[in-house]
Every structure is written in structure tokens, then in C-alpha cells.
Design a protein. Sequence first.
Length: 376
Amino acid sequence: MPFYTNWTFWVVVSFFLSGVFLFFRIPVLSKRSATSESKALPTITIIIPARNEAQRIGKLLDSIAMQTLPPHEVLVVDDESTDNTAEVVRDKGFKVLSSQPLPERWTGKSWACWQGAHGSSSDILIFLDADVWLEPDFLHRLAVEFTHQQGLISIQPFHILHTAYEQLSAFFNVILMAGLGAFTPLGRKIKAGGAFGPCVACTREDYFKAGGHQASQSAVLESFPLSKAFQQQGIPIFLFGGIGSVNFRMYPHGISDLIEGWSKGFGSGAVSLNIPLLLLLVGWVWACFNVFIGVIRSGMGVGFPIAVSLILYMLFVLQIWWMLRRVGNFHPLTAVLFPLPLIFFALIMLRSLFLIFIRQRVTWRGRDIPRGSREK
């Protein structure tokens, strides 16, 4: 039977096209800020929740100090760190707010952000994770964005990788961005399915109108309920890629750090996605597995002719490379050998689902976090 009469072939091709659809265009912050007048721009407060971030936060603080548009204030909320996070921040010349005791049913990050927002006094609030760092014109470009459109602006940082094991994050990056439905040819005709946790910005007025991080007080991934709270108030969400403006390096302390980090909440994030988009993603992941297994089967004389299987495999290699180069400095071999990070993704996803929905407890930054209740 000719391969083109096999239904599996056409299903794989269809899900290949769904990958193009979901990752069609990733907008970035415009550089039009370079010609804007700083005096007309809103004031900015940067809020950084920090728990045991002494080894990471210095790079972010240094990048803030180099901004072409200085922030009005920077508030680092020390979330009961057991290392010298507070000392590092003060040595860099920035203000530290010591977190109040964690209330019942709050997670540490949401509680720290909520306290920081209450201590702020600027027009715009920017919440940044401590492992992020900024390009020098970032605040200027973001402030100008707010002069053109207001809402919840969230940016997924460009992922900087230094070691081989970090390449295993490939599919997490792709699926995280594609799953929110913001980068299709339909643009904003599809309502964004969430926001990116590492970098979120909004007006102070909109933040408290939507309930801020109080809306995500018990969530492991606070960005999903936070974005939903904004949408319920009729406040639009704008999602951007971070290339050229915001960077981060995730889980640099070994593969166990990477496993714990991605297991923390990826499963709960996945089941929070829009159902049609989730089905497209599941289909695309299935197609990635199928073309990999198809090459093995063809080599054994089963299934498609070997030439057809290799062509399909190379199409997915090119597609995955097209995706990865826009989300991080991934190595081209990561796309060529995509079955390795794909299998890793599947295993961690199963682990995350088990921890969240069966064990109902995950661990992060030395805290045991029960699902739906307060951190211990």
C-alpha cells in the first residue's frame, strides 16, 4: 500500500502544520522607545520575590542598575531566605522588604508579590523572578509599550543555556509558549490562555482592580490564575517573547535542580490550557514521537519506506530548530536529536502529574508545597 494512502501519514502531516500554527509569530517589545521622550513615560516599580536567591539575584540587580530608564523604585521581598539573599541585595544598594509570616493558603511567591505591590508607589508594577536579567533598554521599551496599550503585559525571557543537560528543557520552552495560544496567525483573536511567571507588568490601578496575586494565593503556578483575574475584569493580556530584551538561565545547579523545577507545576499548567489548544499540542507531541519511532520501524523493514520516514523526521528537526532558536540559545544538535529532550519531557510531565494530582505535594526552594493549601 502506498504510504500516501496511510491515514497515519496524513495525521502526522496535519499535526506538523499545527506546530506551525501554534508558533507562527512571536512578537517582541518594539525598539521605538529609542526615540521616545523619557519625561512622558510612566514611573516604574520593580518587585522581586526572592527566596534563597543569593547566587542568582546579583545579575538581575546589576542589569537594573544599567537601565537607560531608571526605575522609580526596586523592592526585593525576602521570602524567609535561609541564605544571604538580603545581604547580597543590600550590598548592591537596593531595598529589602522582609516578608511577613505566610498566611494560611498562600504560597510564598504570591505572598511576596502581594506585599511588594502594597509597598509600591509607581504607575507601573513589574514583577520579576530573581533569575532574570534585563537588556539595558528594557524598562524604556516596556514603558513606551504602556503608552500605546495597557493591560497585563507578560514576557517569556530568552533562555540562556551553558551546559549539555540544560538542553533537556527544549520541549518545556516550546510547549509553554505554544500552549497559551498567543502566537498563532490569528493573533489576539484567540484569548491568551495565561501569562508567563518570570516577567509580568501592569498598571498599579489594574493590579488592585483585578485582585493582584490574591487571586493566585494558593497556586503553584501563579501566572495562570493571575491572568484569569485580569481577563475577568475585562483587562487585556499581551504576551511577548523575550529575545533582545529579557533573559534568564533556568536551573543552573545540575540536572536534579532542573527536574525539580520543571516538575513543580508544569502538569497543573498543562491541564489549565484551552482544550482545543491542548489537543493540538498533544497531537504535535504525538507526531514527534511517531516520526522518531517511524524511522526505527522503517529501519526494521516495517511501516513507511525509509526515505519517507527520514524526510518526515528531518521536517520535524527543521521545525523544532525554527522554534528553539526563537526561545533560547539552544544548540542545533538539540533539534537533530530531539527524541532525547522529548522523552525527558514526557517523563517529567508524568512525574509532575503524579506529584500534583496523586501525591498532591511538590517541593521547591526548600519548601514542601501541598496542592491548594499553604506552604509548610
